[in-house]
Design a protein around this ligand. Structure first.
Ligand code: SAM
Ligand code: SF4
Length: 325
């Protein structure tokens, strides 16, 4: 569906839980997080109902996220059902990888198209410091296992934090050297605990890549659902990507909306504004009512974020673990 600024909205990110088995310092640190009550989290049947209506409105791509989606049971069931909805062409998952190894076979059978694995460090100590938990070896096993499924595209996502894991950029980039993996560097956004940290910019990572590997070539074209841009390095099988909401505002091409684990439809990551779909679902609202509210919310999607104005009225206060990134 087309919003008021002429953008085609075709992609939804759905957070299916705010729970996580990690405690990343910039997302869900050990202290200070209040959890959404279980009964406040949308059931799979509620999510599926929304997906069916959204598919009729032109949504073709769905990303399952969290919290950590794989800590919720039966994710392959949900993915299989979403994948079968007429109009849905692409279902992907974002995970920290901890539970990927034991789940990937069923996820593949369910029709998963791609998986993004978040890895912020390949040094065990740094990994544990950021993730708040041990688990690097298990995450890497999950990554290797996922690569055994040719129908599933595998990407690695990394957020580089100043003074924390910026030393890890090269090891992470080199995951793309001998394997068909795209490694993407995401700029830190001032949402939730992310407000407390300073992230590395795309320009800085590009500079380091050029210094180390020589000329880097921009790759034209669209790969995946979102706003990533990619470069190719000589001799690398995979690409290196950037998701740079801070230094390269990509709002004019934004094609996405979000659904929080608590059933709040969010047209823009930065603003708290949106629609309480859970209330309509649980007050026995009709499909027509849900569709009308979703259409209005999507149509009114803000023209762009203003992450630089952190104290403005309406700035999102939810944590990233509830929104899903
Ligand atoms: N647990 C899963 C994972 O880590 O991939 C899915 C949810 S997590 C919220 C999704 C992505 O959001 C992760 O790659 C994480 O690094 C990223 N993220 C969390 N907080 C962020 C922030 N403030 N700015 C940019 N990315 C953030
Ligand atoms: Fe969990 Fe992902 Fe947030 Fe880390 S980034 S705490 S793995 S939800």
């Amino acid at each position: 569906m087309i919003d008021q600024h002429g953008r085609n909205i075709e992609y939804i990110r759905i957070s299916i839980t705010d729970r996580c088995n990690f405690r990343c310092m910039y997302c869900m640190p050990d202290t200070g997080i209040s959890k959404v009550n279980h009964e406040e989290i949308l059931t799979y049947e509620e999510i599926l109902r929304l997906c069916r209506i959204l598919a009729g409105m032109g949504i073709t791509k769905v990303k399952i996220t969290g919290g950590e989606p794989l800590v919720r049971g039966n994710v392959p069931y949900l993915i299989k059902k979403i994948r079968k909805i007429p109009g849905i062409e692409n279902v992907t998952l974002t995970t920290n990888g901890m539970l990927l190894k034991e789940n990937i076979r069923e996820l593949a059978e369910a029709g998963l198209d791609a998986v993004n694995i978040s890895i912020d460090a390949l040094d065990e100590k740094i990994f544990e410091k950021i993730a708040g938990r041990k688990g690097l070896a298990q995450v890497l096993e999950g990554l290797e296992e996922a690569l055994k499924y040719p129908n599933i595209r595998v990407k690695v996502n990394c957020v580089l934090l100043e003074g924390m894991n910026e030393s890890q950029w090269m090891k992470l980039a080199e995951l793309a050297k001998d394997r068909l993996i795209d490694v993407r560097f995401i700029e830190m956004m001032p949402i939730g605990y992310g407000k407390q940290y300073c992230g590395e910019t795309e320009a800085h990572v590009r500079q380091m890549l050029e210094k180390t590997y020589g000329r880097i070539t921009d790759v034209q074209g669209k790969f995946g659902n979102g706003p990533s841009t990619y470069v190719k390095l000589e001799g690398f099988q995979g690409k290196i990507g950037f998701i740079s909401a801070m230094s390269h505002k990509f709002c004019a091409e934004c094609n996405r909306i979000r659904l929080t684990s608590g059933g709040w439809l969010k047209p823009c990551l930065q603003y708290a504004a949106g629609a309480d779909l859970k209330r309509i679902l649980r007050e026995n609202g009709s499909d027509q009512e849900l569709e009308a509210v979703m259409r209005k919310t999507i149509y009114e999607k803000p023209v762009s974020h203003h992450f630089e104005q952190r104290n403005q009225i309406g700035f999102e206060n939810k944590k990233m673990s509830e929104i899903g990134g």
